[in-house]
Design a protein around this ligand. Structure first.
Ligand code: ADP
Ligand code: ASP
Ligand code: MG
Length: 424
């Protein structure tokens, strides 16, 4: 007997039929004698609809705030998961399975106070463990917890993955299965590149890079938690027949295992390609080339919670003036330009230019640590397709390249095949 956490994403619970199908997956594990906790997302499209409703309300809370109240945003958007947790519990009852729904606050899943993008601080698993021991399936609303102000807090988009891994860690589950609409983690988004190959295993560090560089199959934080708490996490499909052979395999279920790198026998140089849309580039022209300039630029941006990513600074020809270029999410450009304008004198630049609609494509692989020439291969392949590179950043296990938006798919396909990742 094992203890298993099963998480089902939006498309897996998109309607009542799909919820019944999820119940069959749960039944399979219950019938095998396992203790089961299930984490559910909202029905697909629901969270977007709820967010749209919030954004459609007047953005005035109190006299001074230009934004809607993030605590009320959370109260609204967390409701999608409440619905699916109840519906799945009902579907399980209909199959004679003992189950009950749990909201984040009932467990409780304690978070910090960052409403809208809260982090889980602590989960009291005692009640759930007790009930599971009595044969009751815990159906838990993902994406939500309880802040220090005793109000509902949500975990950021895609946060149900993180709920699932955190619960698996809290109840010391033997396995955490993330069921979604693809049957594992692929070398790149299989919706963009049909030649993408499913990976049997991927190392935590690589999955972390893939997720933070745009592969939304797992929320970044869920990978961090799986890595820190050593949660045995699989990504697998809810769309396969729940009772097909091998689906209930305890040690080797179908899908992709996220694991330590030493569990991977044949490590490739490049494991995958990720991309992130809606990047914007901001350039400050003719800056003074003196100590303190970067601090004067990036300090105020950080204080305004603007997430700066790639940074490129030119060496000035005569040691007096230089240019600085960096990227921010497209949605933050206006705010960034405003902040830079307010600090123009302190920073000391001539003009600020910006360009939106850019895409960052990234090549990821632990094997890069010990192989030279990986970046050169990418540059050559992109050049052959006439794709212009606007900025580059590298780390030990990844190369990120900024390009014009319309070239995104071509660039992803090109990089995917130049590293031999295409399936035969
Ligand atoms: P869920 O609603 O189940 O959480 P998501 O839409 O958040 O599902 O994530 C699954 C999607 O992630 C897939 O449909 C796929 O298009 C996308 N995706 C992006 N990169 C990858 C990748 N490398 N491997 C698998 N899926 C990927
Ligand atoms: N329903 C939430 C979202 O759409 C959480 C999740 O699906 O993981 O972001
Ligand atoms: Mg998701």
């Amino acid at each position: 007997m094992a203890r298993i956490v099963m998480k089902f994403g939006g498309t897996s619970v998109a309607d009542l039929d799909r919820i019944k199908n999820v119940a069959r997956h749960v039944k399979r594990e219950v019938d095998a004698g396992h203790e089961v906790a299930v984490v559910v997302s909202a029905m697909s499209g629901k969270t977007n609809e709820l967010v749209g409703w919030v954004q459609g309300t007047p953005k005035v809370v109190g006299a001074n705030s230009p934004f809607y109240d993030a605590r009320e945003y959370d109260a609204v958007v967390a409701s999608g998961e409440q619905v699916t947790s109840g519906l799945l519990a009902i579907a399980l009852h209909a199959m004679d399975i003992n189950a009950r729904s749990w909201q984040g606050w009932q467990i409780p899943i304690r978070t910090d106070n960052a409403h809208g993008a809260a982090r889980i601080l602590e989960i009291d698993g005692a009640d759930i463990i007790k009930r599971m021991g009595e044969g009751q399936v815990a159906v838990i609303a993902g994406f939500q917890g309880l802040g220090p102000d005793n109000r509902i807090a949500t975990l950021g988009r895609g946060g149900s993955d993180t709920s699932a891994v955190a619960i698996a860690a809290a109840v010391k589950a033997d396995r955490c299965d993330i069921y979604t609409d693809v049957d594992g983690v692929y070398t790149t988004d299989p919706r963009i590149v049909p030649q993408a190959r499913r990976l049997k295993k991927i190392a935590f560090e690589e999955m972390l890079e893939m997720a933070s560089l745009g592969a939304k199959v797992l929320q970044v934080r869920s990978v961090e938690l799986a890595m820190v708490h050593k949660v045995r996490t699989f990504v697998r499909s809810s769309f396969e027949d729940p009772d097909a052979p091998g689906m209930g395999d305890l040690l080797n279920p179908p899908g992709t295992l996220i694991c330590d790198e030493d569990e991977i026998v044949e490590q490739e140089v490049v494991t995958g390609i990720a991309y992130a849309k809606d990047e914007a580039q901001i350039s400050l022209r003719r800056l003074a080339d003196r100590p303190g300039v970067s601090a004067a630029i990036f300090g105020p941006l950080a204080e305004s919670h603007i997430n700066v990513d790639m940074i490129v600074q030119n060496i000035s020809e005569d040691g007096s003036k230089t240019d600085m270029t960096f990227t921010v999410p497209s949605g933050d450009v206006e705010k960034a330009i405003k902040v830079l304008g307010e600090n123009k004198e302190k920073i000391g630049y001539d003009v600020v230019q910006n360009e939106s609609g850019l895409v960052k494509v990234s090549v990821i692989g632990i094997g890069m640590r010990s192989h030279a020439g990986v970046a050169a291969t990418a540059f050559k392949a992109l050049a052959e397709k006439g794709i212009n590179i606007k900025a580059i950043t590298t780390s030990e296990i990844k190369i990120s390249i900024l390009i014009d938006g319309p070239y995104a798919e071509l660039a992803v396909r090109t990089l995917h095949s130049c590293y031999g990742l295409d399936k035969n």
